[in-house]
Design a protein around this ligand. Structure first.
Ligand SMILES: [Zn+2]
Length: 534
């Protein structure tokens, strides 16, 4: 017995109460918002003549239903719920919004239920308001930040099945999921839109892999190509008297968190008949793509710099992928991969650009929340190269926030190697001046990325989470490697950057717990371990 409307019609409060009243209803609590004529602010009193409201209707209606679901979860004795948001031009004194909850008796929680409803409506429903007064008009930004998803949400609403698609956050162009393009025609990386929001009911509790979140990650028609990736252990340890949790992404099938991205990418693309993949990679991304292409019976072609680690090259070859060694600097391998893309016979699964990887890394955030007993970490510390894992975590925690399951974004702390720290420079100096930012060399080869393609989004995510970007020097990386190993955790040097950053955080005592360290890759692929630790 619910009623939802987004309407330009006048609102009749009595009629609204009747919509959620049955014979044994004894109480209806209605919250009503009205247009205020005078607003006292820091700059004195502002006069309003009228307000203009707009909504992206399909998305807004979906969110109203979500608010009602949340009310029922918290106040189970609520019987009927009615939520009406008015749009269009509203005069001073007009009703703008109404949230009504009914129950058998006034002690059944209806006051709190209505109050919760209006608070959540303000937080998550995409409604925009323009204040028009004698001094002109101004759009008032609520706490809800619209995404391209709102704009592209399907009109109508009869079809409830999710419509996954790719969209460019820069120019708003959209593409089908099976586009052969690896980035937008404007040059920017694409994002996946249209996936359902997180809910505990959507989690398959019988599946102990990333695919426990299957319905949140891929369209129902897609069959996962899986090697059992994800649902990696979260191990609590104590460091200098502080509780710290280690997320062992190093235990994924090919030895790094990149398996999540490769699994999702190969699942989606093989489902539409793409059977040939290539990438330029000197390490974990190449190994992951090769493994999942092998699992799917597809082919993979990796362009690797001649100087790349012999163990990682061997791993790629072991999975049966074609390996082309490219002499010269790192970028020549990228050029070779782009040239193959231009021929049109193979999908360029660029680990820097492809939208599937960060989307898959949302699952790490979901897992952390589940493994911490339905609580978010206070702080997550992770190695930072291209920033795809950080973006995935930010998206995943945002999903949990939208679902009302956590109170705020955990602080995201990205750690770079001092000798290759373009994001650290941009974060602290506002820009990375040419010639000032060196791109290596560092033993943290997995984050030796001179020009991260999603730098703006990464910096925004770090700032939005009140996080930080830190650097550590080569000595500190080796120390981290040894100290983690001394506790039984063998990681690659890239992952070890988090250890000395953790020490700095513990000393500064400014970051909230629980603290999670993402141990991104296995130590068993590092060929010169003996030299490093001596
Ligand atoms: Zn674009």
């Amino acid at each position: 017995m619910d009623y939802f409307a987004i309407t330009s019609d006048r609102l009749d409060v009595t009629a609204l109460a009747q919509k959620i009243t049955i014979p044994d209803t004894g109480a209806v609590c209605i919250f009503v918002g009205t247009v205020r004529g005078l607003t006292k602010g820091e700059d004195g009193t502002v006069q309003t003549e009228y307000l203009h409201y707009e909504a992206y209707q399909p998305m807004a209606e979906k969110k109203l239903r979500q608010v009602a679901d949340e009310i029922r979860e918290r106040y189970p004795r609520t019987v009927g719920i009615a939520i009406v948001q008015r749009i269009g031009d509203l005069k001073v004194g007009d009703v703008t919004v109404a949230v009504a909850c009914s129950s058998g008796h006034r002690t059944d929680g209806v006051f709190d239920a209505a109050r919760y409803g209006i608070d959540r409506l303000k937080e998550i429903v995409p409604i925009w308001k323009k204040e028009v007064g004698p001094g002109g008009s101004v759009w008032v930004e609520g706490s809800y930040h619209p995404t391209p998803q709102d704009v592209s949400a399907p009109a109508g609403g009869a079809d409830e099945s999710p419509a996954f698609e790719l969209a460019c956050p820069a120019c708003r162009e959209t593409y089908p999921l099976d586009t052969p393009l690896f980035r937008c025609e404007c040059g920017e990386p694409l994002e996946i839109l249209g996936a359902p929001g997180f809910s505990l009911a959507a989690v398959d509790q019988s599946d102990y892999s990333m695919w426990r979140y299957r319905s949140l990650l891929i369209p129902p028609t897609v069959e996962p190509v899986t090697l059992g990736e994800g649902w990696t252990p979260l191990i609590p340890i104590e460091v200098d008297g502080s509780a710290v949790h280690l997320k062992l992404e190093s235990l994924n099938p090919s030895g790094s968190f990149k398996d999540r991205g490769a699994s999702l990418l190969v699942s989606i693309l093989t489902s539409v008949g793409i059977t040939s993949f290539h990438d330029d990679s000197s390490g974990n991304a190449g190994a992951a793509l090769s493994a999942y292409a092998a699992r799917a019976g597809s082919s993979a072609h990796l362009f690797v710099p001649e100087y790349a680690s012999p163990v990682k090259k061997a791993q790629i070859a072991l999975y049966g992928a074609r390996l082309t060694e490219v002499p010269g600097p790192r970028v020549t391998a990228t050029r070779a991969a782009e040239a193959l893309h231009a021929q049109g016979h193979s999908y360029y699964a660029s680990h820097a650009y492809n939208p599937f990887s960060p989307f898959a890394y949302k699952s790490i955030a979901y897992e952390l929340w589940e493994q911490l007993g339905h609580h978010a970490p206070g702080t997550v510390v992770l190695p930072l190269g291209n920033g795809t894992q950080l973006l995935g975590l930010a998206m995943g925690f945002q999903d949990l926030l939208d679902a009302g399951l956590i109170d705020g974004q955990p602080r995201l702390v990205g750690v770079q190697a001092q000798s290759c720290a373009p994001l650290w420079h941009q974060y602290h100096n506002g820009h990375a001046q040419d010639g000032q930012v060196s791109s290596g060399p560092t033993i943290a080869e997995g984050i030796r990325i001179g020009e991260p393609v999603r730098s703006r989004a990464v910096l925004e995510s770090v700032r939005a989470s009140s996080g930080a970007i830190m650097t550590v020097d080569e000595m500190a990386i080796v120390d981290g490697l040894k100290e983690l190993a001394a506790r039984g955790f063998a990681v690659e040097p890239t992952s070890a950057v988090v250890w000395s950053a953790l020490r700095q955080l513990i000393r500064s005592d400014t970051f909230p717990g629980p603290v999670v360290l993402s141990l991104t890759g296995s130590g068993f692929k590092t060929p010169n371990l003996a030299e490093l630790i001596n």
